[in-house]
Design a protein around this ligand. Structure first.
Ligand code: B12
Ligand code: SF4
Length: 693
């Protein structure tokens, strides 16, 4: 039997930016469909030679190629599969691209009447019967973990024998077309017994930076919005440390990759096993780095320290809500002080944390939302924390979806989890509208206590505010008592000042540079004069952000570097030897700004949540360096460096600058002025603030 396994499309990144071939391959490698590759390896072990088609790769070909203007992606993919010769087409599914996957499957069935078209994966597994009723081109669904049921199914299909005894499948009876749902398949009890996934069938894996490897399955918790706990039937399983390390070594040997994304919904359930894994990694002396998912109540500082030593560089924390009341309602049950402490611990050990939050629960009130917004912004105190805020989407077959299935709303203003991926065309919309029971994630649950538009704007505000002016956002939160108050007054102000959005234009406005520019104006002209408490600190924060963004009025003391911007500097003079005759000058893109208060001290206080209102009025200078590649960088200057940078703007030689030092009586006791100058200039050169002319 000729078998084709097809990944669910998930590469939304391509829609929003130009991605070259290398970058595309890197992204696709990181999105490798671990489930399908695990199945492919199992089939290979039985003597079959399955092929794996990455729909993200097909999508990329369509986006890049000339067909994009002639045909839609679904038809393009249909034509691609029409040219293939398989007896079995097995599609993996995820909620966000389920309508598209079903439409592509229809094209496949049309082109290959005799072939079996099968669905598997998290979405089809839980809407199997309704899918097969609604979409007659789907012959079969394999539910749940399929390492045991798929080979049995293929065997039965080859032998033309009955499907009645194959566990975990839902199929259409030949006689009357009735849909039969066999009992669930057994879980894979010993994950170490599975073969190494068939990564060799997925060429893009070679370029990924973080290699995805399955660490285990099953989470014993029961959060009401979550779909994976039931999918893996709450049976927590972990591969042994020896097995994992052997797989990691194999990846390094084959692909030269040392960094891993370890796939498990809840790795840290059993502390002893996490310790054993980390100790084994340390003993192996391999120095692999890795990321994983954890609950904040399953880790402590000691464990985090050990994980960091063992190579952990990133943890995904599903914190969900900042409201203790909602924590109980959604059966997450986290102690939020404890959660914040864990984010702090990770920061201490330089582990990046995704602080994942959600809003839009049906019971959510304004107070709950305030608490979530506060948790979001509070985590900005930690440089390694990356807060995320999504809006609840009722995933099929979750307790929350079942509870509200009769009142779901189809309103693309609210549920956005699924919309994050694939843009829906009219055909998808028609499918979604006709089948809430299948496509519930595209719907929303009514929120009696919250205004959807308010919630969505808050989300855009926080996500983009964090990117554009992280510390100012934190400062405003601390100064006002809650960022929500600032958001509410910003909303009123922007309305009054004529910033309105046409329907659907809100997200685009917040994502573009107009938002930070308007918002900084709001802070200067409205927030600080009307509501600001620590006005000196807030002024310094806003001027700092204005300088970084390079817009707005120039704060007092901003000294532009126009004379340098016109030169065609190709080298930064790093190779030249510094001598008394050298003429240092500011590097292109470097600006010096003056702030009325000590920025470093403000940041220190923000990190520690100490009061900002008694910040001394002590002017400081910062060097801002903008680079075409990334965000601008800022460095607070010592008084000596500030003087030196100022003098570097005058086209003087080092000797002349030293003379100026003497005249201004800038001294370091016991060190001659010319040596101070040389050393200072060398430091500024190392900091890439100046170059030698
Ligand atoms: C890694 C991951 C991603 C990656 C890559 C996904 C990929 N290529 O597989 C990325 C980051 C892209 C991603 C994105 C999203 N994800 Co995601 N993701 C995961 C995660 C954490 C691991 C997937 C995995 O490798 N599992 C391990 C393997 C072994 O399991 P498996 O994939 O389910 O495969 C087994 C079976 O399902 C079955 N099977 C799978 N495919 C097929 C096909 C056939 C033919 C057959 C017979 C059987 C079969 O056999 C496999 C072996 O037993 C899962 C949670 C989880 N633990 O599974 C969520 C999960 C799949 N994601 C989910 C969601 C909702 C999303 C997003 C929509 C939203 C989000 N959370 O950001 C986006 C989609 C973005 C888009 N553009 O469309 C949900 C899906 C729920 C649903 N009902 O569809 C999950 C289950 C998480 C959750 N808590 O609810 N995700
Ligand atoms: S949200 Fe996380 S902790 Fe809760 S059930 Fe799902 S995987 Fe487990």
């Amino acid at each position: 039997m000729k078998v084709c396994l097809i990944s669910a499309p998930t590469a939304n990144q391509f829609d929003h930016r130009a991605v070259d071939e290398m970058e595309a391959a890197r992204i696709m490698g990181e999105l490798a469909p671990v489930g399908i590759l695990s199945l492919a390896a199992v089939l290979e072990a039985t003597g079959l030679q399955p092929e794996v088609v990455d729909l993200n790769r097909v999508y990329y070909s369509w986006l890049q190629g000339p067909d994009r203007n002639k045909t839609d992606f679904c038809s393009f993919a249909g034509a691609y599969f029409a040219g293939c010769d398989f007896d079995f087409f097995g599609f993996s599914t995820v909620c966000s691209s389920y309508p598209l996957t079903l439409r592509i499957a229809a094209q496949v069935k049309r082109a290959h009447r005799e072939a079996v078209v099968v669905l598997g994966g998290p979405q089809a597994s839980v809407v199997d019967v309704s899918t097969m009723r609604a979409f007659p081109w789907i012959d079969l669904v394999v539910r749940g973990e399929a390492e045991q049921s798929l080979p049995a199914l293929l065997d039965a299909l080859t032998q033309h024998s009955s499907l009645a005894a194959i566990p975990g499948i839902t199929f259409r009876r030949n006689e009357d077309g009735g849909i039969v749902r066999n009992p669930d398949a057994p879980l894979v009890a010993d994950l170490d017994a599975l073969p190494f996934p068939a990564f060799h069938l997925f060429p893009d894996i070679r370029l990924c930076r973080h290699f995805p490897l399955e660490l285990g399955r099953g989470c014993p918790f029961a959060c009401t919005f979550c779909s994976t706990n039931d999918f893996f039937r709450r049976r927590f399983r972990l591969k042994s440390p020896e097995h994992m390390i052997a797989e990691m070594r194999r990846v390094r040997q084959t692909y030269g990759i040392n960094s891993f994304e370890l796939v498990h919904d809840m790795f840290t359930v059993d502390r002893k096993r996490v310790v054993a894994f980390c100790e084994a990694l340390l003993e192996s002396k391999e120095e692999f780095t890795w990321g994983c998912s954890a609950r904040t109540d399953c880790v402590d500082e000691e464990l985090i320290a050990l994980m960091a030593r063992a190579g952990c560089r990133g943890i995904f924390f599903g914190i969900e809500t900042g409201s203790p009341r909602l924590q109980k309602i959604i059966d997450k049950g986290l102690d939020l002080n404890d959660s914040a402490e864990r984010v702090r611990s990770c920061d201490k050990f330089k582990i990046k944390t995704a602080v994942s939050l959600m809003a839009g629960f049906p019971e959510e009130t304004m107070n709950d939302l305030r608490a979530t917004a506060a948790f979001f912004v509070d985590s900005l105190r930690f440089d390694h924390a990356d807060p995320q805020l999504s809006l609840l989407a009722p995933l099929a077959d979750t307790p929350i979806q079942k509870q509200h299935q009769d009142s779901l709303l189809l309103n693309d203003d609210v549920a956005d989890m699924s919309y994050r991926g694939w843009p829906q065309g009219p055909q998808d919309h028609a499918m979604i509208a006709a089948h809430p029971e299948i496509f519930s994630s595209f719907y929303s649950i009514p929120m009696p206590f919250l205004e959807p538009e308010f919630l969505k704007e808050l989300r855009d505000f926080l996500l983009n505010g964090m990117r554009a002016f992280r510390r100012l956002l934190l400062g405003l939160h601390q100064d006002s008592g809650n960022v929500m108050d600032v958001f509410q007054s910003w909303r009123v102000w922007r309305e009054k000042n004529g910033v309105h959005f046409a329907h659907g234009a809100r997200t685009a406005y917040y994502a573009q540079s107009g938002f930070p520019a308007d918002f900084l104006r709001f802070v200067r002209l409205h927030y600080i004069p009307v509501a600001g408490r620590a006005t000196l600190a807030m002024t310094a924060l806003v001027e700092y952000e204005a300088a970084l963004l390079g817009h707005g009025h120039e704060p007092d003391g901003i000294r532009g570097n126009q004379e340098q911007t016109s030169d065609t500097q190709t080298s930064d003079g790093m190779d030249e030897t510094l001598s008394p005759d050298s003429r240092p000058r500011l590097l292109r893109g470097v600006h010096v700004i003056k702030l009325t208060a000590d920025y470093q001290e403000i940041v220190r206080r923000l990190r520690q949540r100490s009061p900002l209102n008694d910040i001394p009025g002590h002017p400081v200078q910062l060097a801002i360096r903008s680079t075409p590649q990334g965000p601008a960088e800022a460095r607070q200057l010592t008084p000596l460096s500030a003087e030196l940078l100022g003098l570097c703007e005058g086209g003087l030689t080092v000797r002349e600058i030293a003379a100026e030092f003497l005249q201004r009586k800038i001294e370091v006791p016991g060190v001659p002025a010319d040596l101070v100058c040389l050393a200072g200039i060398e430091i500024l050169r190392q900091q890439r603030l100046i170059a030698l002319a």
